[in-house]
Design a protein around this ligand. Sequence first.
Ligand code: F0G
Length: 463
Amino acid sequence: MSSEQERARRVVPFRAKVVEPIHLLPREERSRRIERAGLCLFALKGDDVYVDLLTDSGTGSLSTNQLAAMMTGDESYAGSRSFDKMADRFREITGLPFVIPSHQGRGAERVLNSVLVRPHSIVPGNSHFDTTKAHIELAGGRCVDCTIEAGKDSATVHPFKGNVDVPKLQKTIEEVGARNVAYVLITITCNSGGGQPVSMANIREVSTLCRARGVPVFFDAARFAENAWFIREREAGYGNKPVREIVREMFSYVDGCTMSSKKDAIVPMGGLIAVRDQGLFDALKTPTILFEGFYTYGGMSGMMMEALAQGLDDVMQEDYLRHRIGQIAQLGAGLRAAGVPIVEPVGGHAVFVDGRRFYPHVPEDQFPAQLLCVELYKEGGVRTVEVGANLIGRDPDTGENIRPALDLCRLAVPRRAYFQEHLDYVVDVVATVFEGQRDRTRGLAFEHEAAGIRHFSSTFRYL
Ligand code: F0G
């Protein structure tokens, strides 16, 4: 028997009303399909997969309230009522007055960076996401990673491993001069670092440092609500604060944000930019029209903007966040109990398995994390994604392979989509591969290394 409090923690604040059939293919068929895909998880068909943990992006289940709102979507090309609803909701939540929709997060990144980044300017931050980094580079800028040291080690336990190393940031700004810093980007939660949160104190410190030097600060806000939940759970002084208040305070320290709405806003497609400054807002309009669409839809349908407005509300419900973060924590606990080396503490949207520690005898340049992704699919039809040596790519200046601090296999959990049974099954699959393959000494090599962003289409062969 458990206490009432413990039981309350296990409450699942939704139930299924519509379901989507999924199937597990036989083992030989899985092997055939992954070989045919060139050991590239992105080349599998959705129907090849049983439990799809490739991403938490655009894969969440819609709520009945979202579906109901979608029926009222206004598809006016300009001045859509649904845009107003979405922009009002975002304004109310964040306090950022000017909102521009985009078709997804990277659309927002392209528009913002085309205005803010000049050739040779830099954008320091905490482990930029790959599309973000690529858009900054496309605009002629360079990223400087200023994540704290603890965030680069999978075994170090720290409550806010997404934090920015403030002395390093200060040194970086001083070295290049504030006017060569386009802006500072804080990714909440920090996806590339393992879904790790950033503390309120850290956000405040970065903001103070930058405001004194006239450097704008932006959020990459894809998982803002999950970050707020961690602040509430882990940071002194926030334990009794409503999530809404925490979110509002977080955004009070920044000049704007880009957001992929496919994560915490729980829509299949969408993104946005929000800014505090009218002049910047005006400057963003033309690139938005060119790249995304008129600035009251930016590539989104009225229906999706309705769903987004409601999704923002759904995601800040505390019973939702308790369940969401709890589900990931439980997946992490299952893997930890099986001895699987995971990034600690477990992040907000995913559990990350440390490929180098999983396969200690596979050389680092033989893509141990990619190998693990392949083996998990073969073992149980579970699709995951490598966030490591393949993803990080080559240095744009030297062409050398970058060796990332961590070589990870990410198990990202879609929102409101899978049951505990699915996740128990996943633990079993990972544990089986771990038991059976720990002594493996050989990994993978590129069969074909795709040019540019190589993560999505490079193929591999077994060594
Ligand atoms: N920023 C972060 C932190 C992200 O995680 C993503 C996407 C983006 C920006 C780009 O947004 O996909 O809407 O264009 N992350 C997905 C993932 C793809 O699987 O982590 P997008």
